[in-house]
Design a protein around this ligand. Structure first.
Ligand code: GRF
Length: 203
């Protein structure tokens, strides 16, 4: 009996090679790592790339034996040069899919074009509501009664690509940005892994 993941037509599917891009804490990256370790996602993390050499998530990735690389935007004259360096790292590690897990930059054409349709992002709102920064604060200020998170394919707009999946959480009268962010984050961790599981099954 085989335990290999199979596609819809029952052919075995090779593990996905993921490149995870982060800027900070990396809790979504950690959740994805855990889901891979648990055998839930048929993938391996080929490399973790950060635009912030000091990011907590990058240190965690290195301490857990993952390959890491970091590139400061300031070290490059042009955004396209910065993205060419990231792209080369992804190619050197044989990355199939790029996962933006708290990568706080708009992806430019240089990086997007080779991975268009194979790059996913998670955003802490029910898009198309509240794209960009401070989505949870925007949701509170607007007075919405539900919010949540969205996993979408990346295109050349800010948080605007085709939606793959969403998860909803309530917004409570006593919520602060911190409490709402925590509630959304807990469903982000589950939703992102669920989407990557489906992608890793070859759908
Ligand atoms: C998450 O809220 C994600 O939706 C947003 O940035 C945050 C990253 O958190 N894009 P973490 O670094 O994964 O902990």
């Amino acid at each position: 009996m085989t335990t290999s993941p199979t596609s819809q037509d029952d052919k075995p599917v090779a593990p996905l090679s993921l490149g995870i891009l982060i800027s900070g804490r990396g809790s979504n990256m950690k959740a994805i790592y855990g889901a891979i370790q648990d055998g839930e996602i048929n993938a391996h993390i080929a490399v973790v790339v950060s635009d912030n050499p000091e990011s907590e998530g990058l240190a965690w990735a290195a301490a857990n034996g993952l390959k890491t690389a970091s590139f400061s935007r300031q070290a490059f004259a042009k955004k396209s040069d910065f993205e060419t360096a990231i792209l080369k790292t992804l190619a050197d590690h044989g990355v199939d899919w790029v996962v933006l897990a708290g990568y706080m930059r708009l992806v430019g054409k240089t990086l997007l074009t080779p991975y268009q349709g194979r790059m996913v992002n998670i955003h802490p709102s029910l898009l198309p509501a509240f794209p960009g920064l401070h989505a949870q604060a925007q949701a509170l200020a607007y007075g919405v009664k539900v919010s949540g998170c969205t996993v979408h394919l990346v295109d050349n707009t800010m948080d605007g690509g085709p939606i793959i999946a969403q998860e909803v959480v309530p917004v409570l009268p006593e919520d602060t940005v911190a409490s709402l962010s925590d509630r959304i984050l807990s469903v982000e961790h589950v939703l992102f892994s669920r989407v990557l599981k489906v992608i890793s099954q070859g759908f």
